[in-house]
Design a protein around this ligand. Structure first.
Ligand code: ADP
Ligand code: MG
Length: 448
């Protein structure tokens, strides 16, 4: 299908108008892909990637379209729609548009998911710190933390933040050479260049970067030769004060990598993403629903968020499934529909909430102190470590903000953070403490 070379004035004006009135994601997902195929006295022919985009446009903008686009004598829009032939590797719906955008930076072809930007990343207590650090790096590459090491379980937004840093630096520092790569792709690159005898060229390429974003470094484990090559490149970049950001499914200390490599990862800031609390999950669901043009009542969002708690990707999958059903069945979202469509996904009962009280009891039991000791200000050694352990476990297991956790101890959130850091570093050197903490964790079931 040929696309109009000359942009339709009327359509451009409508786009300008709509862009100011919807979120950037909604615009990118729904409106930007529409093309004017023909403009004549009879009206416009618009090409849409799929039927959902047409429905979205008519449902949300019919009145506005009538103001901008030509009308027939009966007052109806003089617009026809045609569906674009699917492109080979493209998904057939705009619901999950994960296509990659290429941002031109000098000599580097940066591939980033266009939806993974800071604006689309919903903040809550579980990710606020990491997001701020990421924004800090994006605004001042190489001037804040280097490297930034982001770790957390699968589906919590590591790749999203990594790409968001890439987008933001690409926009604000246009002359910097940025590369965003998965560890697997790095290894493949290296294998290819070994085969083609172009290792020197590859090394030169990486060592001339200004910003290196590396996803899923855990795949470097057990790849001895590659690890060494990576470590050399890492050092070369850091020594030239080039920014590095790394993501991983575990903290550096748990990686089966050489001491040298682990130490390098810990040079800068190590920051953890944890599963979002209930309110944040609800906000994520509602944001994702909104960008897909799905109206999701608050109770429905709570119903789903109470049952999917550990993985944002699953929340997103739920919204995608519901959006598709609502469009196909032309119906609005009800709790019955949620149960019918998401049945399997929701089979887990709401996760048992671990309370701070349960943690107090389990820790007191393991360390043989009184629960009241854990809440006092006593600074004796016998009490300080158990109290800090309780804070550490509360941060890990209780789905509340640090401020709320702090108030259960009569402390501020920064005391909790300090305690957690202290325990984290002690665990590494003190196997007995690590075992005690494990026992307390296991003992929790008894008190929940
Ligand atoms: P990870 O790399 O940690 O496995 P991803 O970055 O791939 O996770 O995130 C999984 C999905 O969840 C992505 O589509 C991402 O956009 C989304 N996501 C994760 N966290 C958030 C958040 N806080 N706000 C909005 N979307 C999120
Ligand atoms: Mg990832």
């Amino acid at each position: 299908m040929l696309i109009c070379e000359e942009k339709s004035e009327a359509w451009s004006q409508f786009l300008e108008y709509a862009e100011e009135r919807c979120s950037a994601t909604a615009f990118e997902n729904w409106l930007a892909p529409i093309r004017v195929v023909e403009e004549s006295d009879e009206g416009l022919i618009l090409e849409v990637p799929n039927i959902f985009v047409k429905e979205y446009l008519l449902e949300n903008y019919l009145k506005d379209l009538s103001a901008f686009l030509p009308l027939r004598s009966d007052g109806q829009l003089a617009v026809e729609f045609v569906i674009a032939a699917p492109k080979k590797e493209e998904k057939s719906t705009a619901i999950e548009d994960l296509s990659l955008v290429k941002t031109a930076t000098p000599e580097v072809n940066l591939k980033l998911n266009r939806n993974y930007i800071f604006d689309n990343f919903i903040e809550g207590p579980s990710n606020q710190f990491v997001k701020s650090a990421a924004i800090g790096i994006a605004s001042h590459p190489s001037r804040t933390y280097n490297p930034l090491f982001i770790h957390g379980k699968v589906g919590l937004g590591k790749t999203h933040l990594l790409h968001a840093i890439g987008h933001a630096i690409g926009q604000s520092h246009k002359n910097l050479r940025i590369q965003c790569i998965t560890t697997e792709a790095f290894i493949n690159d290296l294998v290819d260049s070994l085969r083609n005898k172009s290792v020197a060229q590859m090394k030169k390429f990486y060592r001339h970067l200004d910003v290196l974003l590396v996803d899923d470094i855990q795949f470097l484990q057990n790849r001895l030769n590659f690890e060494e090559e990576f470590c050399n490149m890492f050092e070369a970049l850091i020594n030239q004060n080039k920014q590095i950001v790394i993501t991983c499914d575990k903290p550096p200390s748990l990686l089966k990598l050489s001491e040298r490599m682990v130490a390098r990862m810990e040079w800068g800031l190590v920051a953890q993403l944890t599963p979002p609390d209930l309110e944040t999950r609800v906000a994520i669901l509602q944001h994702k629903a909104e960008t897909r043009g799905l109206s999701m009542p608050q109770e429905t969002a709570f119903y789903i968020a109470e049952r999917i708690s550990q993985n944002v990707r699953q929340l997103e999958g739920a919204v995608n499934k519901l959006t598709a059903y609502c469009h196909i069945l032309d119906t609005s979202l009800t709790e019955d529909l949620v149960i019918e469509v998401l049945g399997e996904m929701l089979k887990h009962a709401p996760t048992k909430r671990i309370s701070i009280d349960a943690i107090f009891k389990a820790v007191a039991q393991v360390f043989q102190v009184r629960v009241s000791d854990l809440k006092t200000n006593s600074r004796t050694k016998e009490v300080v470590i158990p109290r800090q352990t309780a804070m550490y476990l509360a941060k890990e297991l209780v789905n509340d903000s640090l401020t709320t956790i702090g108030s259960a101890f009569g402390k501020t959130h920064s005391t909790i953070l300090h305690a957690c850091k202290n325990i984290e570093s002690k665990i590494k050197k003190d196997p007995l403490l690590a075992r005690q903490i494990d026992l307390a964790r296991k003992g929790l079931d008894e008190y929940c």
